[in-house]
Design a protein around this ligand. Structure first.
Ligand SMILES: *Cc1c(COP(=O)(O)O)cnc(C)c1O
Length: 466
């Protein structure tokens, strides 16, 4: 039952104060409109602004946005695109659908686990809970027992070191690129960073590591050839002007054929002989080796092999929030943490909380999807294929996000006509299939099993529309 206008005025005495000028504008618009013009029947904006739907929407949207949306509907009626009698319902429908963020949750049916265009890693429930708890006031820089200021991020640091005991210390920053910038700045600003030509990669969307490092004021000293770099190349380049040696995992491409690079162990020995630190950027954030991805470097192994600092992303294979992780020697981590640039690349409290819960909580979605049980996948896919009238086909998932390029993750998909792809993407919930070979392929690897029914309904709706 809709409350009467007088109830609204009592409950929301400030309605008109919040929507200034509305009344006089309406008057102005009605001026000059003939008395028998049907547009006279269009409800006034100020009365629309007092509807139950507007009040409900004020939980989600600002007064400014609500007024603009209501006016846009009224405008459609004035242009004759909407009958005057349909305006109130159109306002209600428009506001009911409006969200304060334009980001739309998507069911990822592509089989690509770390999907760059879908925000990389989906968080675990534990991480989401921690993130929500951190959204309010939180003791991120306070010791509640003593009431004194405490070190920001110490819980997350402890979690990271606990999960990767090969590291003496750890630091989380805004993202992987920031971690690399901070490390090269703190260790080599005004000096040289020695790096192999085979590792000067573009990490996506036009961001090139060489440009990134050059922007820090460190000079890149490129050694070796694109396909082959030898220990002597590093040795000959090292000198009094060297700040550090850097080894970068060329995550998103593979060099095959006549190639060679210098393994971390050998490069560490070479760097340490000259008193230089070795920084290794492993990229994907595996803390320990994963048998499914034998060619993917991991933090623990790089540290065991002698790297002084290891850099990784938090939102690739680790499965956490966007973050740049730095593991390694306590003195060097401290040097980075104290550098003025550290403040500019500081991680926010939400990501700190989510990162800690990712590391100390139950297995997050990314590693779960990576290790999805094949029989279970087949059973779910087969059930869905039958339910929606598609065919069950073999389909390889991918790690994505620049990780493990070319490594197939054997699984299954429901094959549907490609015409269903668009209604799937624009439906509710939005579903992103893989469009390939003139078909829309629905891969369940990255769909939470609890959402299987939701996905089935979304497919049925999209099939009706296509
Ligand atoms: C992904 C990646 C980066 C960049 O990390 P972001 O978290 O995306 O900033 C840097 N280096 C390597 C090797 C990577 O794979």
């Amino acid at each position: 039952m809709r409350p009467s206008i007088s109830v609204w005025r009592v409950r929301f005495p400030s309605v008109s104060a919040n929507f200034p000028n509305v009344e006089c504008e309406d008057e102005a618009v009605h001026q000059g409109v003939a008395r028998d013009d049907p547009r006279r029947a269009i409800p006034r904006t100020d009365s629309l602004l007092q509807s139950a739907e507007v009040v409900a929407a004020r939980e989600r949207l600002s007064d400014r946005v609500i007024t603009a949306r209501v006016r846009a509907v009224v405008e459609r009626a004035r242009r004759g695109e909407l009958a005057p009698g349909a305006v109130a319902d159109a306002v209600a429908a428009d506001l009911a659908a409006a969200r304060p963020s334009t980001q739309t949750p998507v069911l990822n049916a592509t089989g690509v686990i770390v999907h760059t265009n879908l925000g990389r890693a989906p968080l675990s429930h534990a991480a989401v809970d921690a993130l929500l708890a951190a959204a309010g006031y939180v003791d991120v820089e306070m010791d509640l027992a003593s009431g004194a200021r405490s070190k920001r991020g110490s819980g997350t640091r402890a979690a990271l070191v606990g999960a990767c005991p090969a590291a003496e210390s750890a630091l989380a920053v805004n993202n992987g690129a920031a971690a690399l910038v901070l490390a090269t700045t703190a260790l080599a600003a005004g000096r040289e960073v020695i790096v192999s030509r085979g590792e000067l990669i573009e990490i996506g969307a036009g961001f090139r590591l060489p440009d990134l490092i050059a922007s820090t004021g460190a000079r890149l000293r490129e050694v070796g050839a694109t396909n082959r770099t030898h220990p002597s190349d590093y040795a000959e380049a090292a000198g009094p002007d060297t700040g550090c040696m850097l080894k970068v995992h060329p995550s998103n491409f593979r060099l095959t054929g006549f190639t060679s690079d210098v393994p971390v162990r050998e490069l560490a020995a070479l760097a340490h002989e000259r008193g230089l630190p070795l920084v290794v950027d492993v990229g994907s954030g595996l803390l320990a080796p994963d048998p499914l991805l034998p060619d993917e470097p991991d933090v623990a192994t790089a540290l065991d092999d002698g790297a002084d600092l290891v850099i990784a992303s938090g939102d690739k294979l680790l499965g956490g929030p966007q973050a740049g992780l730095i593991f390694g020697r306590a003195d060097l981590v401290e040097r980075l943490a104290r550098h003025p640039l550290a403040r500019a690349v500081r991680i926010d409290k939400l990501a700190l909380a989510a990162l800690e819960a990712t590391v100390d909580g139950p297995r997050p979605p990314v590693p779960s999807y990576l290790h999805a049980d094949r029989d279970r996948l087949r059973a779910r896919t087969s059930r869905l294929a039958e339910a929606v009238g598609g065919s069950l086909v073999a389909h390889d998932g991918r790690v994505g996000g620049g990780g493990a390029p070319g490594v197939p993750l054997p699984g299954f998909a429901v094959r549907l006509p490609s015409s269903v792809a668009r209604p799937l993407r624009t439906g509710s919930p939005a579903v992103l299939p893989r469009v390939h070979d003139d078909a829309a392929l629905i891969d369940l690897r990255c769909v939470p099993e609890a959402d299987d029914d939701l996905l089935e309904q979304a497919i049925r709706a999209a099939l009706r529309e296509s």
